[in-house]
Design a protein around this ligand. Structure first.
Ligand code: BQF
Length: 281
């Protein structure tokens, strides 16, 4: 059993990005990411802090906007329009979720696909689907990167993705398909979830239920990837997988924290770097 070290791998990727950023700077390009947070959701504040820290580490300039909860949709759209038109801005990140009075879809669609380093714009989603060049969504891309770097074979294997969100489940399934896995997407209406999961060579857990996946869900020797960011009965951060109970059945497993989470941040840095490298062309 190998515990996949997302913290270490994300560090390696951030080091690679940092070296490339340094080269770009010598050529007169200073990569920059705009980070926009609306309101005071404590989890979002942590995520935004992680992103700004990673920018600092990699040498990417971060332009930070911390806007009040009562910011209007119009105000936010105006800011995005300004950033779309700034040639020194390579990426625009709007931290989700947004306050309820703001339409997330409208905001996502307003970001220029060329600066959509989260990969959420329909143009990037469509290009991902057909396998064209695009910004890949950070969490699923980070998972593929982890699987590659740990030598987990995907070609011809059965991958089961549990969860069908636009941010994780759906794009995850698409990227696994691209790796020639045979992909099943399970969700709340799946009739026999246990049966599907126990057939999985690669299991992606993304349902948001603390320690839901117990050994009865796991095939012997499976690679188990935990995307959950949940709280257990004591309020402690945990994943969708009951790590201690499941780990000895797995060939590979990601912990929470220190698994998928740090990779999300590293891939955001990589996307921002790629965006800035397009400035020169
Ligand atoms: C770690 C996120 C749900 C909804 C919106 C490192 C992060 C998390 C964990 C992080 C996440 C989750 C982010 C760890 C960003 C990942 O050490 O285990 C980093 O900052 N994430 C987000 O921006 O929005 C979310 C999860």
């Amino acid at each position: 059993m190998t515990i996949i070290d997302g913290k270490k791998t994300s560090q390696d990727i951030k080091d690679e990005v940092r070296d490339e950023v340094a080269k770009l700077k010598k050529g007169g390009v200073e990569p920059m990411l705009a980070v926009i947070l609306v309101g005071e959701n404590p989890a979002s504040q942590v995520y935004v802090r992680n992103k700004k820290r990673a920018c600092e580490y990699t040498g990417i300039r971060s332009l930070s906007y911390e806007l009040p909860e009562n910011t209007t949709e119009e105000e936010l759209l105006k800011l995005i329009d300004e950033l779309n038109n700034r040639s020194d801005c390579d990426g625009i990140l709007v931290q989700l979720p947004l306050p309820k009075h703001i339409d997330e879809k409208k905001i996502t669609n307003a970001i220029s696909p060329k600066k959509d380093v989260d990969g959420f714009h329909p143009v990037n989603v469509g290009n991902m689907l057909i396998g064209d060049e695009c910004f890949l969504p950070c969490t699923p891309h980070g998972i593929i990167e982890l699987l590659h770097r740990y030598g987990v074979v995907l070609d011809g294997k059965k991958a089961v993705v549990v969860g069908r969100s636009n941010i994780v489940g759906k794009p995850m399934a698409m990227l696994l398909l691209r790796e020639n896995a045979t992909v099943t997407i399970c969700h709340s209406h799946t009739s026999d979830l246990k049966k599907e999961c126990t057939e999985a060579d690669i299991l992606i857990a993304a349902i948001g239920k603390p320690k839901f996946f117990t050994p009865e869900y796991i095939k012997n020797g499976a690679a188990v990837i935990d995307v959950g960011m949940d709280r257990d009965e004591n309020g402690k951060l945990c994943g969708d997988v009951d790590f201690e109970a499941v780990k000895d059945k797995c060939s590979f497993i990601t912990p929470v924290p220190g698994g998928v989470g740090p990779m999300t941040i590293a891939m955001l840095m990589q996307n921002t770097l790629i965006s800035s490298s397009h400035r020169m062309r």
